[in-house]
Design a protein around this ligand. Structure first.
Ligand code: GAL
Length: 403
C-alpha cells in the first residue's frame, strides 16, 4: 500500500490460513473470522482444502511443510496439533495467552491440545460435538412428533420415515462420516464403554461382545441409507434433511451451520437432539488454529490473529454461525439459538460430571495412526465387507498394531 505523497507505507500485515471450511455454513463462519481480521488491518490469504473432517487438508499440509513453506495458521484437530508440536513445527503464543489470561477461561479439555510442553501453540476457536441427531421437524411430526429416547424408538422412527417415502438416514459414505456415527453408537452403550474402547484402547473392550453389538447397530443404520450414499459430502446429506427428502442425519453440530445458512429455525424446521442413549454425555472436538513457525516479520500478524480468535465477542459471533459452542467458558449464550444454548449447557455439565470425552472420529481420542486404523475397520464393516464378528476381531488387532 502506498501513502499519499509516494512514501512507502509499512508492509501490510497478513496471514495465510489453511482450512477445510468449504461448505455453505462453514464458509459463512469463516467469513466472520476473515472480516474480523480485515477490520484490524490484517489481510487474509485463503488456502482452502475441501474434504470434511480435514483428512485431505492434513495431506496438503504435510506437503507444504515438507517443502519448507508452512502457512501462518492451520485449522487442526486434537492429536494432530500435538504431533506437529512434537516435530517442532509450531510457534509460540505464550505472550498473548499470558497477557489475555487464556489459562483461566479456556477449558482444560481444550488446553490439552492448545499447549505442548507448557507452551501455547494453538488458538482454539470452538467446541463441536459429535453425538447429535438433526431431524426434519415436519417428518418427525408426521411420525408422531416424539423424539426417540432409546435405540428401539430410534429404529421405530426410522421405519416410519421409510413409510413416509423418505430416505430415513441422510448419510455420506466417507470414512470420517461412518466414524462420526460410530462415536455416537459406541457412546450410547455408556460412558465407561466409550472410555475403555476409545480412550484406554482396551483390547478386551474393542474385541468384545458389546462391541459386536455396536457393529450390529451400525449395520442396522446402514440399512436406512439411500443407494447413492457412497462418497457423498456431509453437507449434501444435511441438505437432504433440510429439503425434506430425508428424515434425519447423525452428525456433529457443524450440520447446524447448514440448516441456519438455509434459513431454517430450530424447533420450527428442524430438531436437534443427542443421539438416543447419550443424553448427558458429550464427545467433543475443538477446531484450533495451530500456529506454525514463520519468519519473524510475520509473527505480529500471527499473534494478532490468535488474539482476535480468543476475543469473547468474536467467539460468540463466530460460533453462532458455525453451530459450535465457544472455546471459552465466559461467553454469554444470549445470541445463540436453542441448539446452541443446549450445546453450551451440555458441555459445561458433561465437563463437571466427568462425562466429556474426546471424539474418536475427530482426532480427540487418539493420534492419527490409531484413528485411521479404527476408520478402516468401521468403514469396511459399514460397506458390508466385514461381518460384525470379523469387525471386532479386526478392530482389536488393528488398534493394537497402531498404538
Ligand atoms: C470437523 C470440524 C468441523 C467441521 C467438520 C466437517 O472435523 O471440527 O469444524 O468442519 O469437520 O468438515
Amino acid at each position: 500500500m502506498m501513502t499519499m505523497g509516494g512514501l512507502a507505507a509499512k508492509a501490510e500485515e497478513g496471514v495465510e490460513v489453511l482450512h477445510w471450511w468449504t461448505s455453505g455454513g462453514e464458509a459463512a463462519a469463516l467469513d466472520v473470522l476473515k472480516k474480523d481480521l480485515e477490520s484490524k488491518g490484517i489481510s487474509w490469504t485463503d488456502m482452502p482444502v475441501a474434504g470434511g473432517g480435514g483428512t485431505e487438508a492434513m495431506t496438503v499440509l504435510r506437503a507444504r511443510v515438507t517443502a519448507g513453506n508452512a502457512p501462518t495458521a492451520v485449522q487442526m484437530l486434537g492429536f494432530d496439533i500435538l504431533d506437529w508440536a512434537k516435530e517442532g513445527a509450531l510457534g509460540n503464543l505464550d505472550e498473548v495467552a499470558a497477557a489475555e489470561g487464556w489459562d483461566k477461561v479456556i477449558p482444560t479439555a481444550l488446553q490439552q491440545f492448545s499447549k505442548y510442553d507448557g507452551h501455547w501453540i494453538a488458538a482454539p476457536v470452538n467446541v463441536h460435538s459429535t453425538n447429535w441427531v438433526w431431524i426434519n421437524k415436519a417428518a418427525l411430526d408426521a411420525a408422531g412428533g416424539k423424539e426417540p429416547a432409546n435405540w428401539d424408538e430410534l429404529v421405530a422412527l426410522l421405519d416410519k420415515f421409510k413409510e413416509q417415502g423418505l430416505t430415513p438416514v441422510a448419510h455420506g459414505g466417507q470414512a470420517w462420516q461412518d466414524a462420526t456415527i460410530f462415536d455416537a453408537v459406541v457412546l450410547s452403550f455408556g460412558n465407561d464403554f466409550y472410555k475403555k474402547a476409545f480412550i484406554d484402547l482396551d483390547a478386551e473392550t474393542l474385541g468384545g461382545a458389546q462391541m459386536k453389538e455396536a457393529f450390529d447397530r451400525m449395520a442396522k443404520l446402514r440399512s436406512y441409507v439411500d443407494d447413492n450414499f457412497s462418497g457423498r459430502d456431509w453437507n449434501l446429506a444435511s441438505a437432504m434433511v433440510i429439503e425434506g427428502k430425508a428424515g434425519l442425519q447423525f452428525m456433529g453440530d457443524w450440520a447446524k451451520g447448514e440448516f441456519i445458512k438455509a434459513g431454517k429455525k430450530p424447533g420450527a424446521d428442524f430438531v436437534c437432539m443427542r443421539f438416543p442413549g447419550t443424553q448427558g454425555s458429550v464427545t467433543f472436538n475443538s477446531d484450533q488454529f495451530a500456529m506454525f513457525k514463520v519468519a519473524d516479520d510475520k509473527v505480529p500478524a500471527q499473534l494478532k490473529m490468535a488474539s482476535a480468535i480468543e476475543s469473547p465477542v468474536f467467539q460468540s459471533a463466530f460460533n453462532v454461525v458455525k453451530g459450535s459452542a465457544p472455546a471459552r467458558t465466559d461467553v454469554p449464550d444470549t445470541d445463540f439459538d436453542d441448539c446452541g444454548k443446549k450445546a453450551i449447557k451440555d458441555l459445561a455439565e458433561a465437563n463437571t460430571n466427568g462425562s466429556l470425552y474426546g471424539s474418536m472420529a475427530h482426532g480427540h481420542a487418539n493420534p492419527a495412526s490409531v484413528k485411521n486404523a479404527i476408520y478402516d475397520v468401521v468403514t469396511r464393516h459399514f460397506n458390508g465387507e466385514l461381518t460384525s464378528e470379523e469387525a471386532v476381531t479386526e478392530l482389536a488387532a488393528a488398534v493394537e498394531a497402531a498404538k
